[in-house]
Design a protein around this ligand. Structure first.
Ligand code: MG
Length: 162
């Protein structure tokens, strides 16, 4: 890492996926399976894992998730996004940064996250190697998210020089 860079950096991530037309597609949020129709996307379409990945990559100055894991790569079809997050964290560490914490806001009408929040936080934290906090937030009927046409997630990540 160049000596003139700061020792701590912050990164932001955002992701959104629409619900899939296929009623049998599994719903995956923060690495957990939920009942109900899943989200459309090339991988498992987990917007929480994707936003966390982008926040960490951004903090480390390593571009974005699309560069690392292109949605044109047949090998990534249906991919476990927690595994992609693990790979991104390894890249972050190789670039000289250690994740300190990540905080997420998941924007969704349903399902309710609170009953599984601790489990989700543990799953994400295990992949990141640092605490990850998750909050659920409804869009109060406004726009596509408020009409429950998809689920979005915002994340911020802090990294320090190793
Ligand atoms: Mg995504």
């Amino acid at each position: 890492m160049p000596a003139d860079l700061p020792r701590i950096r912050v990164g932001q991530g955002f992701d959104v996926h629409p619900f899939a037309a296929d009623p049998d597609r599994p719903l995956v949020l923060g690495g957990l399976r939920f009942p109900g129709r899943g989200l459309a996307g090339h991988s498992d379409a987990d917007p929480v894992a994707h936003a966390v990945t982008d926040a960490l990559l951004g903090a480390a100055g390593l571009g974005d998730i699309g560069q690392h894991f292109p949605d044109t790569d047949p090998a990534l079809a249906g991919a476990d996004s927690i595994e992609l997050l693990r790979r991104a964290v390894a890249d972050v560490r190789r670039a000289g940064w250690e994740p300190q914490n990540v905080d997420c806001t998941v924007v969704l009408e349903a399902p309710k996250l609170a009953p599984r929040r601790d489990e989700m936080q543990r799953r994400l934290a295990e992949a990141v190697g640092a605490p990850v906090t998750v909050k659920g937030k409804r869009a109060e009927g406004l726009g596509a998210l408020g009409r429950a046409e998809g689920i979005a997630c915002l994340a911020v990540a802090l990294v320090v020089a190793r």
